[in-house]
Design a protein around this ligand. Structure first.
Ligand code: NAD
Length: 365
């Protein structure tokens, strides 16, 4: 069938809207008519060839839509189901079997290669193979073939235009808090970086009844939104000494903290602001090779812990429905992070994300 897709063609170049041919769904694939897709940092860095994903490729990994057809062997969804699309995993390695699929041994190949495991692609344009199956889904296409393990069935009562970010950035922040840090009620929590991931962590800290909840950023408008979403304190690290201020607010140091910037200096501040037996999560991604110095002579005395967390250490099929249910109960208003754009304006949406004008752009088909 003919589809309209936004094709990444190389570093620094805008995505190109093209008509492509999409194959019939293969074994274990679900053909999804996209309603919306979030745009995440990872789409931008792959477009800019920070990783080795071959070009041209259809990116997008926060898709939400309606099942159009299912391929042979698909059992979990059927035509007409509302679905959200998340990352792809093998389902059989030790991490998958032990309930930690975001550490799947085949994670990189399944999510970043732009190919099925047999090396083929589902899209062609003028006879040329165009990369598909990015995060199992390549959601920047009006219709796409998605691997069944990436597909999470959603209740039809929640608008699909909102759901996309629940595929990656929202559970990345929220899962790091609820699945990994698991803070007690009334413990202190600090989020460094009030973007889509950091705000989702903040919302989760509110769900866990943390207090105080402190947001750190360098952009005042983001800190204002953080206050609206429940931060009890905000710190602009351009104008204040972050570590000193956190220690004052928390009476000696934070119980829990999360970095959603990927900036090495911020990571160091996070470590230095932990209190006794504090626990911090690194979620922000830095380019491979980024190193940071830590005063191990001092931190050893605190008994603090630092966890590295991918995709919120979630099992998508159970954690995403939990977030939807919290949203429906009014306890997790992640919709406040979203700004919709027509699909045709996808490059404006990328630019607004880069400049910081928009927290979480979602393209609507
Ligand atoms: P974003 O750009 O929306 O948010 C980053 C925020 O950090 C912005 O508000 C920015 O102003 C703030 N910031 C930047 N430098 C800062 C500094 N020096 N001090 C304080 N604040 C600073 O990005 P996002 O979509 O929220 O993603 C956050 C990070 O999470 C990125 O690094 C992204 O690549 C990463 N990420 C990780 C995973 C994972 O599985 N670990 C998944 C998705 C995204």
């Amino acid at each position: 069938m003919k589809v309209t897709a936004a094709v990444a063609i190389g570093r620094g170049k805008p995505l190109v809207l093209k008509e492509l041919d999409l194959e019939e769904p293969g074994p274990g694939e679900v053909q999804v008519r996209m309603v919306a897709s979030g745009i995440c940092h990872t789409d931008a860095i792959v477009r800019d060839e920070v990783y080795s994903t071959p070009m041209p490729v259809v990116l997008g990994h926060e898709g939400a839509g309606v099942v159009e057809k299912v391929g042979p062997g698909v059992t979990t969804v059927e035509r007409g189901d509302h679905v959200l699309l998340s990352f792809s995993t093998c389902g059989t390695c030790a991490s998958c079997a032990n309930g930690h699929p975001s550490y799947c041994e085949q994670f990189f190949g399944l999510n970043f290669s732009g190919r099925r495991t047999d090396g083929t692609t589902a899209f062609t344009g003028n006879g040329e193979a165009i990369g598909s199956h990015f995060f199992g889904q390549s959601s920047f296409s009006s219709v796409s073939n998605v691997v069944e393990r990436s597909v999470v069935k959603m209740p039809p009562t929640v608008p699909l235009e909102l759901l996309g970010p629940l595929g990656c950035s929202v559970p990345t922040g929220a899962g790091a808090v609820l699945n990994v840090l698991d803070p007690e009620a009334s413990s202190s929590f600090v989020v460094f970086g009030a973007g889509a991931v950091g705000m989702s962590a903040l919302l989760a800290a509110r769900v866990a009844n943390c207090s105080p909840v402190i947001a750190v950023d360098i952009v005042d408008s983001r800190l204002e939104l953080a206050k609206e979403l429940g931060a009890t304190h905000v710190i602009n690290s351009r104008s204040e000494d972050v570590v000193e201020r956190i220690k004052a607010i928390t009476d000696g140091g934070a119980d829990y903290a999360l970095d959603a910037t990927g900036n090495r200096d911020v990571f160091r501040s996070m470590v230095d602001s932990l209190g006794s037996r504090g626990h911090a999560a690194l979620v922000g991604l830095a380019p491979p090779g980024t190193e940071v110095a830590i005063d191990i002579g001092s931190i050893v005395l605190t008994g603090a812990k630092i966890s590295m967390v991918i995709e919120g250490d979630m099992v998508p099929h159970t954690f995403i429905p939990r977030l939807v249910s919290l949203y429906q109960d009014g306890r997790f208003p992640f919709d406040k992070l979203i700004k919709p754009y027509p699909f045709a304006e996808i490059n404006t949406a990328f630019e607004d994300s880069r400049s910081g004008a928009t927290l979480k752009p979602v393209v609507v088909f």
